[in-house]
Design a protein around this ligand. Structure first.
Ligand code: ADP
Length: 404
């Protein structure tokens, strides 16, 4: 880099860093200025610098800074915009809201619109049979989630449902699937939010976001609030390394989970999920009275996952072949196996494409069956993602805190 462009670049980085810091502190007007200056300096910089990788990277950053500045501006212009704009996104019934005295303010409605990309409100359509294995996790969830919602009258007096259930285990083993299947079975509104998103520095509005989420969940009850990566919002890092913002988000979430009242007609349950249960601090851990281990699939489950993820594709495989695949895929998670299947069922198509047959649109094409050799080839390439060392960690933790 020459001296002019290197100075421009350094200036842009400095402005951007300051912008992010101001943004985090809620000083949005100053942050907007800094984002714009960072973007302008980078624009100047790419006039001098011709390195294509650098130019592309800068263009992406320029876009990001300008986009953020735009969001902050909309946010600051909020009151006028809000008044002229009826609530969009998540469907709400304003009359009902007031009747119930939930007191969701205009601002919170706007916030819900803003975060409708972060919090997913849906009726999932996952059935228990779509999930291979995990019999005991399914049974525990039926008791802890499905029955209290479907039959609240059974859970009176001392027989109270658990207010919070934590699913823990290696990534890609069905925690999200289980949560969705539980919500499907009891026809609950399913709110899915990732803690990493809640903490997003960009939002800077996390506490309001959380309280709005729980208010909406109460309105839409029966509801199931699924919080993924719960460890990132409640780490026991200690040593005061948590920022003020992070601490506030955690406290807010703790009080919301604690304050959940499961009345007979309006059940609302929280389901947390984590790949790193040992990182969760004790206050949060204690809110989840039930802790359910979702382990790697066993042999039988692995064979079933191969079948689930190849459904509807012409295959030349016997029952024994599926058992062989399950043996070879020891240590693979459900997600790993689904990746192997996706890769393998493309092999016959890739062959046809390479032979040029697909270029002639008039010609009838015959796609050959997928064979066990195709799977063997892919299994050599696609390796399991879960570390053996981590598995021991999960088992130890499960023995100390969890249920199988
Ligand atoms: P987690 O939440 O534990 O990280 P997910 O539930 O999101 O994992 O699973 C990721 C993907 O892996 C699923 O969408 C599904 O395709 C596949 N998968 C994982 N476990 C299973 C299972 N037991 N049966 C069928 N598919 C599974």
């Amino acid at each position: 880099m020459g001296s002019v462009d290197s100075k421009l670049y350094q200036f842009a980085v400095k402005e951007a860093n300051e912008a992010v810091a101001l943004d985090g502190k809620g000083k949005y007007r100053q942050a907007i200025n800094k984002y714009q200056r960072a973007a302008e300096s980078l624009l100047q910089f790419i006039k001098y610098n011709k390195n294509p990788t650098m130019v592309n990277r800068c263009k992406a950053q320029i876009e990001e800074y300008l986009e953020r500045a735009k969001i902050l501006k909309t946010h600051l212009d909020g009151p006028q915009v809000r008044k002229s704009r009826p609530g969009a996104g998540l469907d709400r019934d304003e009359g009902k809201l007031q009747d119930e005295g939930e007191g969701v303010s205009e601002e919170e409605k706007e916030l819900l619109d803003t975060i409708s990309g972060t919090i997913l409100s849906e009726s999932p359509n996952v059935k228990w049979k779509d999930i291979a294995g995990l019999q005991s996790s399914k049974q525990i969830l039926r008791e802890a989630i499905v029955l209290p919602i479907l039959k609240p009258e059974l859970f009176t007096g001392a027989r109270k449902p658990w207010s919070g259930v934590l699913l823990f285990g290696p990534p890609g083993c069905g925690k999200t699937l289980l949560a969705k299947a539980a919500a499907t079975e009891c026809q609950a509104t399913f709110f899915s939010v990732s803690s990493a998103d809640l903490l997003s520095k960009w939002l800077g509005e996390s506490e309001k976001l959380i309280s709005s989420l729980f208010k909406l969940a109460r309105m839409k009850a029966p509801s199931l609030v699924f919080i993924d990566e719960i460890d990132s919002v409640a780490t026991k890092r200690g040593g005061g390394s948590e920022s003020g913002g992070e601490r506030r988000v955690k406290t807010q979430l703790l009080s919301e989970i604690q304050g959940i009242k499961t009345t007979e007609d309006k059940p609302l349950l929280t389901l947390g999920a984590t790949n790193r249960p040992w990182d969760i601090d004790n206050a949060m851990l204690s809110r989840f009275q039930k802790k359910v281990y979702v382990p790697l699939p066993d042999m039988k489950a692995r064979a079933a996952i191969f079948k689930i993820h190849t459904k509807g594709v012409n295959m030349n495989l016997t029952e024994e072949d599926f058992v062989e695949l399950a043996v070879r895929a020891e240590g693979y998670s459900g997600r790993d196996i689904s990746n192997v299947c996706r890769e393998t069922i493309m092999i016959p198509i890739r062959e046809l494409d390479m032979s040029g047959v697909l270029e002639n649109s008039d010609q009838d094409v015959n796609v050959r069956d997928v064979t066990i050799d195709d799977f063997k080839k892919t299994l050599k390439k696609v390796k399991p993602m879960v570390d053996k060392h981590d598995l021991k960690h999960y088992q130890d933790w499960a023995e100390e805190f969890g249920e199988y």
